[in-house]
Design a protein around this ligand. Structure first.
Ligand code: ATP
Ligand code: MG
Length: 285
């Protein structure tokens, strides 16, 4: 049934890749509705189509069949209302923090049409984002002078510059150490509460997926598909201590075991056992 209140509607999405005669079903019959101001996290074994699904919502990838609608309109390419943040910060190294954040705004308006009002509006928003992301002390620094966590804050601020309704994030904290990642989690939840975007967030980290998500969507590979969807049984205001709660640890255990079951890791373990058996002392010829 079509859900009229969905912000993002994914209907029987299929994506086939043809690589040198080999056909890969990156997505097979994916159906999903995402509500406005919902935080959905996508997890699943490597190669299960998480990035392909995210990129398709972002309009960076065309589906082979099926449809994705945003606010009721079919996605046919990228749009300013859907901002993307990737694992690698992709900042402009020759621009300062402040200039990086403002950059996409400046690009959108033809230079000769810029009025001083536009400039004021843009710098007001830039100031607000610099404050929100705690970038004040480094606003005139260049990306290579910043830590990874700081660079990712700049990338997020830049993604928020045009007030996107949808934030699409592909393992944005994957390159950060565990402590920095925790700080970033609370920061992104703060942004989420304040700016009220809809967020689709891809991660390998099940704990991250549960801590951030209203729902965790688990995908499985070969073919890439949705395996199961979990409602996160935690209050909307998250606190790090909740990771120790029985609900949290139980859900984490359940999702991890499901990922293992759908990933083909059992076979890998079998192979590993064979491999170790052949080198175990006493078994060698
Ligand atoms: N441009 C491409 N050309 C050919 N095959 C591709 C392409 N992009 C993705 N694939 C294949 O589609 C499948 C899904 O890839 P995708 O990158 O979406 O997986 P993923 O879940 O994001 O994996 P990971 O967790 O490793 O990032 C994989 O088998 C991958 O090899
Ligand atoms: Mg990926």
């Amino acid at each position: 049934m079509i859900n009229m209140t969905a912000k993002i509607e994914i209907r029987r999405a299929n994506k086939l890749f043809d690589t040198g005669g080999r056909r890969i079903a990156a997505l097979e019959n994916v159906d999903l509705d995402i509500r406005a101001n919902e935080f959905v996290t996508l997890v699943g074994a490597s190669g299960c189509g998480k990035s392909t699904l995210l990129r398709s919502i972002g309009g960076l990838e065309d589906l082979s069949s099926g449809e994705i609608r945003v606010d009721g309109r079919p996605v046919s390419g990228p749009g300013a209302e859907r901002a993307m943040v990737f694992q690698h910060y992709s900042l402009y190294p020759w621009l300062t923090v402040r200039e990086n954040i403002r950059f996409c705004r400046a690009l959108k308006i033809k230079r000769e049409e810029i009025t001083s009002a536009d400039v004021e509006i843009a710098s007001g928003r830039t100031d607000a984002l610099i404050g929100l992301m705690g970038l004040g002390p480094v606003e005139n620094a260049y990306p290579n002078q910043l830590s990874g966590g700081m660079q990712q804050r700049v990338a997020i601020a830049r993604a928020l510059m045009n007030r996107p309704g949808i934030l699409l994030m592909d393992e944005p904290f994957g390159a950060l150490d565990a402590q920095t990642r925790e700080v970033m989690h609370d920061l992104i939840l703060h942004v989420f509460a304040l700016e009220k975007p809809t967020i689709v967030f891809v991660t390998h980290d099940v704990e991250e997926a549960i801590y951030l998500g209203d729902r965790v969507v688990l995908m499985a590979p070969r073919p890439g598909r949705i395996d199961s969807i979990y409602e996160v049984p935690l209050p909307p205001e998250r606190e790090q201590d909740m990771k120790l709660s029985p609900e949290f640890t139980e859900l984490k255990r359940e999702i991890l075991s499901r990922i293992r079951a759908t990933s083909g890791m059992q076979t890998d373990r079998g192979m590993l056992e064979k491999l170790t058996a052949t080198v175990r002392p006493g078994t060698a010829a």
